[in-house]
Design a protein around this ligand. Structure first.
Ligand code: CUA
Length: 157
């Protein structure tokens, strides 16, 4: 009986350890500010974005009373579109992919922050309650023009 109880104890302890490891990987890294790879938006052929729904004409699409989708294509050294405009009090889901190399996508002043990888679509949803202006920057070094790679997001009244 004692052996049996010990086995249970160890089983429980190792399960806790495993759960602990997983939370460290999932939450620890994110908490430390390391950008997580995000391909929740699915996969695309980076050489065929011109024929890929959403990325063939990047920009804002209204999908509900206060819900919007924004497709963004990153490339050396710009975001398409360069200006994004959505109304305040809206929920906006960004789908971001790259036409060439790995870029970053960060909406400064929000928690929207992801790597942008050719072939993968990063999906981020942000609520914008108040009007405002936000800078969008690339935070992954992508070449000579990296530091000037930016776009703007206007949240209108
Ligand atoms: Cu794109 Cu740095």
């Amino acid at each position: 009986m004692h052996v049996h109880n010990y086995e249970k104890l160890w089983l429980g302890a190792s399960l806790l350890l495993i759960v602990g490891f997983i939370s460290t990987i999932v939450y620890g890294a994110a908490g430390a500010g390391v950008t997580m790879v995000n391909d929740e938006g699915g996969h695309v052929n980076p050489n065929n974005l011109g024929n890929t729904s959403g990325f063939d004409d990047p920009g804002v699409t209204k999908i509900g009373p206060s819900e919007y989708e924004v497709h963004v294509a990153a490339l050396r050294f710009a975001f398409q579109p360069g200006t994004i405009e959505v109304p305040a009090n809206s929920t906006v889901t960004f789908y971001v992919t790259s036409r060439d190399v790995i870029h970053g996508f960060q909406i400064v002043g929000t928690n929207a922050n992801t790597m942008v990888i050719p072939g993968e679509v990063s999906k981020i949803t942000v609520n914008f309650d108040e009007p405002g202006e936000y800078g969008i920057v690339c935070h992954e070094y992508c070449g000579a023009g990296h530091h000037s790679m930016a776009a703007e997001l206007l949240v209108k009244e």
